[in-house]
Design a binder for this molecule. Sequence first.
Ligand SMILES: [Fe+2]
Ligand SMILES: [Fe+2]
Length: 372
Amino acid sequence: MENKRAINWNNIADQIDKATWEKLTEQFWLDTRIPVSNDLHDWAELSSKEQWLVGHIFGGLTMLDTVQSEDGMAALSKDVRTQHERAVLNNIQFMESVHAKSYSTIFSTLNTIPEIDEIFNWSDTNQLLQNKAQWIIDIYHNDPDPLHKKVANVFLETCLFYSGFYTPLYYAGNNKLNNVAEIIKLILRDESVHGTYIGYKFQLGNKELTENGQQKQRDWLYNFLYKLYENEEKYAALLYDQVGWTDEVMTFVRYNANKALMNLGEEPLFPETADDVNPIVINGISTTTVNHDFFSQVGNGYLMGKVEAMQDNDYTIGLDNSYDSLSDKSRKFKKSENKILGSDDKGKFTIAKESGAVEMEDPTLKSKKDNK
Ligand SMILES: [Fe+2]
Ligand SMILES: [Fe+2]
């Protein structure tokens, strides 16, 4: 049996692994920190058709994130090039679970329990949604070509999500459901890194193939994209025909399909560019934060806690009785100054005494006396 190797982050074979790890950990977030209930007023003003659309769009997105968290990352983990890549995939896997859970946070705020049950029953049985999930899962589990798994992953990450993302982005562009949209934008920000990273790993593997091997990959991936695209047309019609948005949703899907192909290092297939996408949605997609709650620090501008180096006095709170070498008298010090003195702290003692923080004998002298 080969020796197990401990992961060494001081010896990085591929700097993209490290950069991606840093990016993903920097943008960590949790659904529970977004105040979705602030959207209840907007929600109440939507027509019942629009409410149905939002609920079922999110049912579909829950399915895709479930596939990623339960099947996708585990499958990709089998074919990593570096240990650091696996660490990145572990991060992605956890965040896919956060994504999948986020929609439930939205449901529990906006929908009734019977509505939630109906949405999940729909997503577990709708044939068009099941097609997407099953085709991708089949590749994850049964396709022996590791590059095919990466292609399936990128198509899901960078293309299939977007028929669903369209709805919250459209509302955000109209200044509605802003907190729901904030969750979606955080998910979208993650998916964008995921798709780029896995696409990059595909390109590394693809470059190692012969010209003929690369052509085979190209034929396979364009064929698979057509298959997914045909299904996506029907899926979009099923959801969006009732509100009349199907055409513009498919424009957005084609724009993102091109982006998925570019992640894989391939040429765009469709003529659509960002200029063709509904400007309201482009407005909604902008990564500036719409929501900054001071206490929960949420939003696309999500702030991490600031880190500073520990100081001696960080250890003094509640430690009045520590430092055995000090006399009882010496332990008395003004809490407002937050100083504590050890036996070798002569310099600090002088400063503390001059500032009025302590009014005791010099503990360093005392300890010398004790030692005699
Ligand atoms: Fe996700
Ligand atoms: Fe993802």
